[in-house]
Design a protein around this ligand. Structure first.
Ligand code: AMP
Length: 499
């Protein structure tokens, strides 16, 4: 008998856990499950990887099963909101597994795929619906779904929701939910703005917190190499090549600040014979799924990602995390390196720090209270770097890169240089770092979200209901080209950063 039975979960759920090989509840499960079984609201401060999906799924499924009700058309009994498609799909998959011995349906809806099919699936109603906010509201607007019978509401990754500019969507959802319900609110970080958002959803919640937000996993060895931005690509290629040759690297996640930065890293690694794929908001759903699957299965050892795309992705066996650029929000560093050393394994996090990134490093060290060891450049770095092949690029690709660079420069207020305008404007959230909300309009917020994380193509903030590819609802991405001749601009050379 597993220790889950001590928590009072129903037998069909215990059987599902047994078949998954779960014996012991994780700390968040131990803390959250008893209170949730009593029907309490919950405020959870936890990162992915802590077992929080099961922490909210198991007691919710238990309560729904204990009070069986016929499905009502275009309704759901439980709604889980997630910021990204990948995370939504992952949660739905997990919940299907936990519910497999119950007579319950679990469905998942997100943007970037046709809405009609999803609307048709909702006609008879569903017990559990996992959704991204934009697509959820689309379906509600099309009258394919009503939230009036929602008994349990889960808001996952609230801080990431804010980052993506979903605040107004969330407020709308809050107004559409019935007053009497159970609400669960999870966030990896809990600055004041997130706490304030939480107050709109939860009443007298039990508060559970696992692994204080500033701690990095002890089993992750952390290093930093001080290097100029222009040399980072060569260093990354040489490091990965050496680690692959010595068979020390199973899977590596490389974090870049921008989407096109991620693409560039992939091009350089591929030119050096290293199989790598990128995952970010400009990729189609099919490309993202294929890249993630190749990485999961081990056929592609290197995944290059932006923070948004990588958030919540649960892949075991990540041996190395590379921070190609240091995050300017120190908590993001904790999230990133938390991708390795999962499931009892050891991991290594290697950061590349350009001179202008030193303040970010200081912030990270202050938050984590860990002095990150300096890792010197490999021997013969300059000679080896000079030998690396340059990626062959077609003229159109070169033009496209130049256009993106020019666009980046405009996104940074035309400063050029390294593309940073200071922490306030790239603080990673739609609020100041002091936790006070910035005075922003919804449009401005979305624009901010785009710029803050992934300064990719300029999207029309009016037409595009999503921010930054966290999800892209409503079918095709809508982007427009900047005016002016492609590749022409004073900043063209100045802003090249990642290769
Ligand atoms: P999550 O934080 O929900 O993304 O979960 C992280 C990983 O831990 C997932 O792969 C889960 O399947 C796994 N997991 C969750 N709870 C347990 C448990 N009690 N025992 C073992 N693995 C678990």
């Amino acid at each position: 008998m597993s220790y889950f039975s001590d928590l009072g979960l129903a037998e069909p759920i215990l059987r599902a856990l047994e078949s998954k090989g779960y014996n012991d509840p994780t700390p968040i499960q131990r803390q959250a499950i008893p209170a949730l079984l009593e029907g309490r609201d919950l405020l959870g401060i936890a990162q992915t990887g802590t077992g929080k999906t099961a922490a909210f799924s198991l007691p919710s499924l238990h309560r729904l099963a204990a009070d069986p009700k016929p499905r009502k058309p275009a309704s759901c009994r439980m709604l889980v909101l997630s910021p990204t498609r990948e995370l939504a799909a992952q949660i739905a998959d997990n919940m299907k597994g936990y519910a497999k011995n119950l007579n319950m349906t679990v469905d998942c809806v997100f943007g970037g795929v046709p809405v009609g099919k999803q609307a048709r699936r909702l006609v008879p109603g569903v017990d559990v619906l996992v959704a991204t906010p934009g697509r959820l509201l689309d379906l509600i607007d099309q009258r394919a779904l009503t939230l009036s019978r929602t008994e349990i509401f889960v808001l996952d990754e609230a801080d990431q929701m804010m980052d993506l500019g979903f605040i107004h969507a969330l407020k709308r959802v809050a107004n559409l939910l019935p007053k009497t319900r159970q609400s669960l609110f999870f966030s990896a970080t809990m600055p004041k703005t997130i706490e304030d958002l939480g107050k709109q959803f939860i009443v007298n919640p039990v508060r559970v917190e696992v692994a204080p937000q500033s701690t990095t996993a002890e089993r992750v060895e952390q290093y930093v190499t001080f290097i100029n931005q222009a040399e980072k690509q060569a260093l990354l290629t040489l490091r990965i090549r050496a680690l692959l040759a010595s068979k020390e690297l199973d899977r590596a996640l490389v974090f870049t600040r921008t989407k096109h930065g991620a693409d560039r890293v992939v091009r350089h690694l591929s030119a050096a014979g290293i199989d790598a794929r990128a995952i970010h908001g400009n990729k189609s759903q099919a490309q993202r799924t294929a890249a993630l699957e190749a990485f999961r299965q081990g056929s592609c050892p290197v995944l290059v990602a932006t923070d948004i795309a990588a958030r919540g992705i649960d892949v075991s066996g990540v041996s190395h995390v590379f921070n190609f650029e240091l995050p300017n929000v120190p908590e993001q560093y904790v999230h990133r390196i938390g991708r390795t050393a999962r499931a009892g394994a050891d991991g290594m996090a290697i950061s590349f720090c350009a001179p202008d990134e030193k303040p970010y490093l200081k912030d990270i060290e202050k938050l984590t209270r860990v002095k990150i060891a300096a890792l010197p450049l490999p021997e013969n770095f300059t000679t080896e770097a000079a030998r690396l092949p340059a990626p062959s690029r077609k003229p159109e690709e070169q033009e496209r890169d130049a256009r993106r660079d020019a666009r980046d420069a405009r996104g940074n207020g035309g400063r050029g240089g390294d593309g940073r305008t200071g922490r306030q404007s790239h603080g990673g959230r739609a609020q100041g770092r002091d936790g006070r909300p910035r005075d922003t309009s919804p449009r401005q917020e979305r624009r901010d979200a785009d710029r803050t994380h992934d300064r990719g193509p300029v999207r029309n903030p009016v037409l595009d209901t999503t921010a930054n590819g966290g999800e892209r609802d409503g079918g095709k991405p809508r982007s427009f080209r900047p005016r002016g001749a492609p590749g022409v601009g004073a900043h063209k050379h100045k802003v090249r950063r990642a290769g």
